[in-house]
Design a protein around this ligand. Structure first.
Ligand code: CP3
Length: 340
């Protein structure tokens, strides 16, 4: 591998500089993505066409100069693989025609296997070949809880009260669905590693809507199980968005990297996650500021994390209307940085 900075940092090894990539880097901020997106019927067609998924995965590596490629796909591949298809509605987000409400609904779902996500496997294989060792290739999946939230709600939500109603009123039912998602996700991520993913990230995007007394039971124990299985074959990153109330439990999970959102103080995080690599955590909205301010904020972030055991990133996905040169300013500032 020509540039293995990110993998070295993930493993806790020393690197010549801090590696950087951006969550949602392969998306609407880039002109090439928008062009490809306009040429297909819908979002799922793009996800399911390996040549196009590969093309948009590579674009940020070439245009932004990031230190990793993340396979272009979506966390909602899993519900679909289990038998619950979704549509991506323009400027609204995901929509599931049918949602999961009963034992019968859960029984009707399958534990997904390779044939249900062969298009992701093929996209990874093709991208791995095209990258030719330039930078590492990242795989990913949603956390069981975050996937559960979409399968029960049918879309995004402000409160996720439908999902939360099930955990409080029918916990056994909730656990049986979480079990099925977890088993599917372990198979899915193992297939991603076999197809060329060098590291896998678990996105717990909706972890923060749970509480200190429910996070372990309904989210973290399932991510911990995935991390135990996957750590045997690749480094694992857990991104528990909004769930730092569970930091002490998170620190015990068998993963190499913890993703931090912008609410977290880097110095505090270092104290809790002593033996882990940290990733994050600039507020994506900071990239709306002028480039001079972005440079300054990026350097402050780098100073706070220090040069080791660290992967620079935003604290959540980049917003689609962020100017590309502002994103580039963030990336370049990290690459030019020398620890003070
Ligand atoms: O560059 C990358 O990071 C890889 C691509 C990627 C996408 N989705 C592409 C995408 C990744 C890693 C995801 C993960 C994902 N998908 C998450 C977890 C990360 C997070 O942001 O918390 C979640 C919650 C989803 C579900 C999802 N997909 C939503 C809520 C939406 C609609 C909102 C939006 O951003 O438009 C999507 C759609 C989606 N996934 C787009 C892209 C590029 C935009 C759709 C389009 O181009 O029409």
């Amino acid at each position: 591998m020509q540039n293995d900075l990110l993998l070295k940092a993930a493993k806790g090894e020393e690197t010549s500089r801090v590696p950087v990539w951006i969550m949602r880097q392969a998306g609407r901020i880039l002109p090439g993505y928008r062009k490809v997106r306009a040429s297909v019927k819908d979002f799922t067609q793009l996800v399911k066409t390996p040549e196009l998924a590969c093309e948009v995965t590579l674009e940020p590596v070439h245009v932004l100069g990031v230190d990793a490629a993340i396979i272009f796909s979506d966390i909602l591949v899993i519900p679909e693989a289990m038998g619950l298809p979704y549509q991506m509605i323009e400027s609204k987000g995901p929509h599931f025609e049918k949602t999961i409400k009963t034992v019968k609904d859960i029984e009707a779902l399958r534990v997904g296997s390779t044939e249900n996500w062969d298009y992701v496997v093929n996209a990874l294989k093709l991208t791995k070949k095209e990258l030719n060792g330039k930078v590492p290739l990242l795989g990913f999946a949603g956390s069981p809880w975050t996937i559960f939230a979409y399968m029960t709600e049918g879309s995004g939500s402000k409160t996720f009260s439908v999902a939360k109603r099930m955990i409080f009123s029918e916990p056994k039912l909730a656990h049986s669905l979480l079990e099925k998602i977890t088993e599917t996700t372990i198979r899915y991520l193992k297939d991603q590693v076999n197809a060329g993913a060098d590291l896998v990230q678990i996105f717990d995007s909706w972890g923060g809507i749970l509480g200190h007394d429910t996070y372990w039971e309904f989210s973290l124990q399932y991510m911990a199980r995935i991390a135990d299985e996957l750590s045997k074959v690749a480094p694992v990153t857990v991104f528990p968005k909004g769930a730092y109330f569970a930091s002490e439990q998170l620190a015990k999970v068998n993963c190499r990297v913890i993703g931090l959102d912008w609410a977290v103080n880097p110095t505090e995080a270092r104290k809790i996650f002593k033996d882990k690599t940290l990733q994050g955590n600039m507020d994506p909205c900071m990239l709306y500021a002028d480039t001079k301010s972005i440079k300054k904020a990026t350097e402050t972030m780098l100073d706070a994390f220090g040069g080791r055991n660290y992967i620079a990133n935003l604290g959540h996905g980049v917003y689609p209307d962020t100017p590309v040169d502002h994103v580039k300013c963030f990336v370049d500032t990290v690459k030019e940085y020398t620890p003070r």
